[in-house]
Ligand binder design. Sequence first.
Ligand code: PLP
Length: 405
Amino acid sequence: MRFFNKSEKLDNVCYDIRGPVMDEAYRMSADGLDILKLNIGNPAPFGFRTPDAIIDKMKSDLVDSEGYSDSKGLLSAREAILKYCEKKDIPGVSVEEIYTGNGVSELISISMNGLLNPGDEVLVPAPDYPLWTASVTMAGGKAVHYICDEKAGWYPDIDDIKSKVNKNTRGIVVINPNNPTGALYSKDILERIADVARENSLMIFADEIYDRLVFDGKKHISIASLAPDMPVVTFNGLSKSHLMAGYRAGWMVISGDKTNAKGYIDGVNLLSSMRLCSNVPAQSIVPIALDMLDTGKDLISPGGRIYEQREFIYNAICDIPGLSAVKPEAAFYIFPKMDVKKFNISDDEKFALDLLKKERILVTHGGGFHWTEPDHFRIVFLPELDVLKECMSRMKEFFADYKQV
Ligand code: PLP
């Protein structure tokens, strides 16, 4: 008999959307149990609505958007993205270096497939947004994780980055603001990362999808603005900052001096045209969405929903003996640390499973983000305050006598 096995290309690709914790959550839901979900960075189920003006625009554009667009995207969308790049001081970009995608996810894959050969290495943060590691691997490369240091506000450890660069290293991924830590990087740390990239001829891949979800009046700085002399690929979109994940609207911009990146750009152009184009109705709303940058600002300001949820979750975690956390400066994630001695934890996935079974709370264990110690987990603080309050009171009870066996 001929068996249809999964491709060997996927053998080392690790992307734990399923796994024992999710399987158990599906089973419990199927049994009619209510689960408190603190695991998905998807705003819509928690009552965040797309502004009517954007919905109306898409409705009216549907009539005219029946065909494929240019493979890089509608000119109107790319012109709006170009204006956004100018606002962020991203240099050396024209509409030719802008690609729209079905979310940033598709473009991460294109960006890696366009670059990597077997044996090539890419520096990826730990903890990471795991799609990066999976995409590097899938493209035939090797993801080498550099440490982000919790004691330094989860900033990347520059010495660790330097120690991991070798002749095979082709690029470095910078996720800023960061998922899962909620860290927002300073100009100084970004300059130091850019210096390492410059000294070692690394291409920078900057995932900035949370750049407009920044708290406390802080400012997001695009690393591309600090690196006009080298090619930088910056990713952004509407899923997070515009809280519109289901529309699948993302983009990728290649900025800076591209003299040594012509071959790479050929590869990216080829891959971009192989998928014909990204969803055209979703592209058509990019200009209006980027004209409405202030729309969600009240959500992240004092009194606003996401701001208040961040305040609550941070204080509630600090209130649980054995837990600690760095206060997120951006995005809607927090990555608490557990005292593994106190709770006798040696397996963070088992912890997540125990929490789910006992309290019906779903979180993601730190290992899901390539964090190798069993001492962290991620909370998404998008659910409404009442739900977060219920979760944290149950979590407090859980940790009061938890000892992993
Ligand atoms: N990059 C990061 C850091 C993310 O957290 C996510 C989604 O959670 C993505 C990219 C994917 O975004 P998109 O919806 O644009 O594919």
